[in-house]
Design a protein around this ligand. Structure first.
Ligand code: NAD
Ligand code: GLY
Length: 360
């Protein structure tokens, strides 16, 4: 199976796509990770399904394997959970040579990475993502962190893993809703970077929905290549990396205001519809492309609008996001499909129209 390399200023690492966990020891050995003691940070669901399996897979290499889990879900992604993890590491004498693994979806990966980046000023960190969203996006690129005081990912760091190991077979147990949410991020890559990839998704949508193994491996590999390309060019989001935030500005605001009743990928789907609406109003995207996006999202059961929110609340919440600098919002828009750009030259009216388009 495939490997993709990420090259940043100070770190180069592989994303290995494999079937099963049996190749994990090989990935660990070639990655240069030296420690012999590891804490696998995971959530309660993943521990139940894969806890034993991961323990067996890495016991070959590590002398001491600990598993620390938290209650699954975005509501756990906070400093309280992190504090509990620091305590666990201290109680079990983890030191500078120890290793932390993020094992699970984006919540486990983001939080494990944040713990690794801060415990003893930074210890080795590896990513073993199990949700589609984490495999195509969050495990790659080193953004780690937690939510704080109602704002998403506002406390965090850039901290690259030593490797990413993707066992594509874990998708077999992923709930439908989580699979759909991951598809929102997959579709995002097509819209921002490649109309060919977008068309590939359209052409293979039935097989994707059935989770055809070959097609899913191809899709995950392609997304990892896109993400590796963007991160390798702009690790710290000084420029092009911002395009990965397509749909996230309004999406994050909705995610917070809905108090996590809608999951991240669903909010990204709604956010992409509103971002594309701005493109249509500007004459940069056709109404047909917007209608097709809604059709594709709906095909994968991703919501394209939401209810119960007030336009001004969404607008105000957007200004609490990291994408705001000097009180201006950096918005990601596209010209047609496949060509994203970032602009802060956007009026309040344009944003309000875009928000109202996705509020029922
Ligand atoms: P998640 O981590 O909550 O996982 C979703 C659910 O699926 C959880 O209940 C989990 O237990 C379950 N699950 C995961 N893999 C499974 C499997 N193989 N089988 C059965 N159940 C499984 O959510 P997510 O959608 O993976 O990630 C969302 C998070 O990622 C958000 O916090 C978001 O902010 C973050 N994110 C980070 C980045 C980044 O660059 N760091 C990018 C995108 C999103
Ligand atoms: N998911 C956005 C990023 O990694 O930059």
């Amino acid at each position: 199976m495939k490997s993709v390399t990420v090259k940043t200023e100070f770190k180069e690492y592989d994303i290995d796509l494999r079937k099963g966990f049996s190749n994990l020891s090989d990935t660990i050995k070639k990655s240069g990770v030296k420690g012999k003691k590891i804490c696998v940070i995971t959530d309660s669901n993943i521990e139940k399904i894969y806890g034993e399996m991961i323990k067996i897979a890495i016991s070959d290499y590590f002398d001491e394997v600990y598993i620390k889990s938290f209650t699954a879900g975005e509501k756990s992604k906070n400093l309280e959970t992190v504090s509990d993890m620091y305590k666990f590491l201290l109680d079990n004498h983890f030191d500078r040579k120890s290793v932390i693994a993020g094992f699970g979806g984006g919540v486990a990966g983001d939080m494990a990475g944040f713990v690794a980046s801060t415990y003893m000023r930074g210890i080795d960190f590896v990513q073993i993502p199990t949700s589609l969203l984490a495999q195509v996006d969050s495990s790659v690129g080193g953004k780690v962190g937690v939510d704080f005081c109602g704002t998403k990912n506002i406390v965090g760091a850039f901290y690259q893993p030593s490797f990413v190991y993707i066992n594509t077979e874990t998708l077999d147990t992923l709930p439908e809703r989580e699979f759909s949410a991951g598809m929102a991020e997959v579709i995002k890559y097509g819209i921002i970077l490649s109309d060919d990839f977008y068309n590939f998704i359209w052409d293979n949508k039935e097989k994707i929905k059935e989770r055809d193994k070959d097609i899913m491996s191809e899709i995950i590999a392609k997304c990892c290549e896109y993400k590796a390309y963007v991160v390798s060019n702009d690790e710290k989001e000084q420029g092009m990396r911002a395009i990965l935030n397509y749909g996230h500005t309004i999406g994050h605001a909705i995610e917070t205001l809905k108090e996590f009743q809608l999951i991240h990928g669903e909010c990204v789907g709604i956010g992409m519809v509103s971002a594309m609406k701005i493109g249509v109003d500007r004459g940069e995207v056709s109404q047909k492309d917007l209608d097709k996006l809604k059709e594709l999202l709906s095909y994968f059961d991703i919501p394209v609008s939401t209810d119960g929110l007030n336009i001004d609340d969404v607008y105000n919440q957007m200004f609490l996001d990291k994408k705001v600098s000097d009180s201006k919002i950096n918005f990601v828009l596209t010209k047609g499909i496949g060509k994203a750009y970032v602009t802060s030259d956007i009026s309040k009216d344009e944003i309000i129209n875009a928000i109202s388009y996705v509020l029922k």
